[in-house]
Design a protein around this ligand. Structure first.
Ligand SMILES: [Zn+2]
Ligand SMILES: [Zn+2]
Length: 282
């Protein structure tokens, strides 16, 4: 093998190794990954707008027909007294009125409820998009980065919330160390950080709000973040009982481990690259 061949092999190898290191660094920086499409944001925004109509109409049937279930399937409240709802996408109307449970047989009541449930799915135009396009309550494009972005933006905003000295934010099983590791800025009150990870954002200077169930709260002496959401809030139950905020917190708090793994990999690759370079110099 000629000296030129050896030189060219070494440079190809160095090039390959450096390329690999660059890929790993890019991975760490999260560059080149897809962003959440605008369509997804529009779906979530539509959901919020429909949900707001139920809150505005002081919707009562929270237990059997919670507004999330209705708004997710495209329905908005049109007439609170008659319980008329309308599909945003196809314009179909539906009466969601149920008989008074205290005056009818429980079987009759359940039959009526079942019928309303079915209608929520079937009472749409054939081509209605609301039937197939449900909002996604969990970041699923570039999950960790998206969660971090949401957390950081929310915390930035949360800095403007006035929280009384005596107010305790009590969330069982929420580890303060994990929260502190996630937001190392010591100038920000730990209580605000805890609110951020449990799904709360600033509404006014003394009020916080949930962006998924739209509940607005002031904080008294003690505030239990998870119990302050509406019982049907996606933050508490993503779909099958899994809590959105716990899953999101788990996803990003494990990042530290994978981050250090990726860093070690990058360092090993760079070390190799350096020793190859020195070999080719000799
Ligand atoms: Zn429809
Ligand atoms: Zn909520």
């Amino acid at each position: 093998m000629s000296k030129e061949d050896t030189d060219s092999n070494a440079s190809t190898r160095i090039f390959g190794l450096k390329r690999k290191a660059l890929d790993q660094i890019n991975l760490l920086l999260g560059s080149g990954l897809t962003k959440r499409p605008k369509k997804e944001d529009a779906l979530l925004e539509g959901f919020r707008k429909r949900l707001a109509t139920f809150h505005a109409g002081k919707w009562k049937n929270d237990k059997e027909l919670n507004p999330r279930r209705l708004a997710e399937r495209g329905w908005r409240l049109l007439d609170a007294t008659k319980k008329t709802i309308k599909c945003d996408a196809c314009g179909f109307y539906l009466s969601s009125a149920l008989p008074d449970i205290t005056t009818v047989d429980v079987n009759v009541y359940n039959r009526c409820l079942k019928k309303v449930y079915e209608s929520l799915e079937t009472c749409h135009e054939k081509t209605c998009t609301a039937k197939s396009r449900r909002p996604n309550f969990f970041p699923h494009f570039n999950e960790k980065r998206e969660i971090r972005d949401i957390f950081n933006a929310r915390l930035d905003n949360m800095k403007g919330v006035r929280i009384f000295e005596g107010t305790e934010i009590m969330e069982e099983g929420l580890d303060s160390t994990i929260v502190t590791n996630l937001f190392p800025d010591e100038s920000v009150d730990l209580r605000l950080k805890k609110l951020v990870v449990t799904g709360w954002e600033k509404e006014y200077s003394e009020r916080v709000r949930c962006s998924l169930c739209l509940r607005s709260m002031t904080m008294d002496v003690s505030f239990v973040p998870s119990e302050s959401h509406h019982s049907w809030c996606p933050y508490l139950d993503l779909n099958d009982g899994e809590s959105q905020w716990r899953r999101a917190l788990d996803a990003v708090s494990h990042t530290t481990t994978s981050l250090s793994n990726s860093l070690s990999n990058a360092r090993r690759t760079l070390n190799l690259s350096l020793s190859s370079s020195s070999l080719s110099i000799e």
